[in-house]
Design a protein around this ligand. Structure first.
Ligand code: ATP
Ligand code: MG
Length: 331
């Protein structure tokens, strides 16, 4: 089975609807035909300040949500990034292959450092796409399922793979992105021009672990527009379009079918129906996550085994990398 690899950061107490539709749901369906490696990206999480106790808890809660969403530890390797040191080691080698100007062009850095200004951002936030390239290349996957926001990073990963292969010897496999257009980007319910994001959170962010009442309220107060017509138009009607995308992604109904079903009805109807559709998926997911967190020994076992399996694959690639770069063997 061809390999796939993907990661998610433990940067909030819960994943959000965008993570579920843009990532987790794909992760589950890919395990049928692929050999998946899925990791909790705690090394990436510390590119912005994290409270140590909170980070540890979020890492476990993240793993619980993966399993609750249906990622099957018997078919998929689930692991914590920091428990496989090869990622950092390969990351350094790739940093030395990356041009400063090349790293500067990554737009996520500009977005994420915008708040405190570039000077306040960590160097880790600047170089994290390079670590991400190492995360991926160590496993030689064919596909990397990600949301639209990661397309540029994946392009960098391909460039670095080709550069290394060309400069030394064919070692890495340039991976392809696996992006489902319909769920590529879920937007914030309050600011529908911005993507829903863990680090922004707020009333416009629907958490997987939110109580039903909270979810319903967030949809009720979703920002729409001053018209009354329910139709998909990303430019002119970002709020309504986002609600239609979410509905369609979860109910499986086509956008056009939804537009005709909602003809002559108001925004209130749309919001409450979307909330219902969302809760049908999120409620069981939330309950399973809670159950898994009651006794953590099982989760810890899954992560220990995952780190073992991932470590074997990653270290084998790292040995090739070190050898080709010209490092003296350690033993
Ligand atoms: P942070 O704000 O800390 O960056 P995030 O919400 O962007 O968190 P990540 O951990 O960076 O989440 O990304 C995990 C996965 O979820 C990635 O594959 C990413 O493409 C996807 N993803 C994140 N936000 C969305 C979104 N709004 N819509 C669709 N997919 C998303
Ligand atoms: Mg992100």
């Amino acid at each position: 089975r061809p390999r796939v690899l993907s990661g998610i950061q433990p940067t909030a107490d819960s994943f959000h609807l965008g993570n579920y539709l843009g990532a987790l749901r794909q992760w589950v369906s890919l395990q049928e035909d692929f050999e998946p490696f899925y990791f909790i990206a705690d090394l990436h999480a510390i590119t912005v300040e994290q409270d140590p106790k909170v980070l540890r808890e979020r890492t476990l809660v993240s793993a619980a949500q993966l399993v609750a969403a249906g990622v099957d530890p018997a078919r998929a390797t689930i692991f914590v990034q920091s428990q496989v040191p090869a990622h950092t080691q390969a990351g350094w080698v790739l940093q030395c292959l990356t041009g400063f100007g090349e790293a500067r062009r990554m737009t996520q850095f500009k977005d994420k450092s915008a708040k405190g200004g570039e000077g306040a951002a960590s160097v880790g936030l600047f170089t994290y796409p390079i670590l991400q390239a190492a995360d991926i290349l160590l496993y030689r996957p064919q596909y990397v399922p990600v949301g639209e926001d990661q397309r540029q990073h994946l392009e960098l990963t391909r460039d670095l793979a080709n550069r290394f292969n060309h400069r030394y010897k064919k070692t890495f496999r340039p991976p392809e992105p696996y992006i489902l257009e319909s769920t590529a980007k879920i937007y914030d319910l309050q600011v529908p021009e911005k993507q829903m994001s863990k680090s922004i959170g707020g009333q416009g962010c629907v958490w997987v672990l939110d109580d039903a009442k909270v979810v319903a309220k967030k949809f009720r107060s979703a920002v729409t527009d001053s018209e009354t017509e329910i139709r998909f138009d990303r430019e002119a009607k970002p709020g309504v379009s986002n609600l239609l995308s979410i509905h369609s992604a979860l109910s499986g109904e086509k956008i056009e079918a939804l537009e005709s079903a909602f003809e002559g009805r108001g925004y209130g109807d749309l919001k409450s129906e979307v909330a219902d559709v969302v809760l049908e998926t999120l409620t069981p997911l939330r309950e399973r996550t809670r159950e898994l967190l009651e006794d953590r020994t099982e989760l810890e076992r899954i992560l220990r085994e995952g780190a073992g399996r991932a470590g074997e694959v990653a270290e084998a690639t790292l040995r090739d990398v070190y050898d080709r770069v010209g490092f003296l063997p350690a033993t």
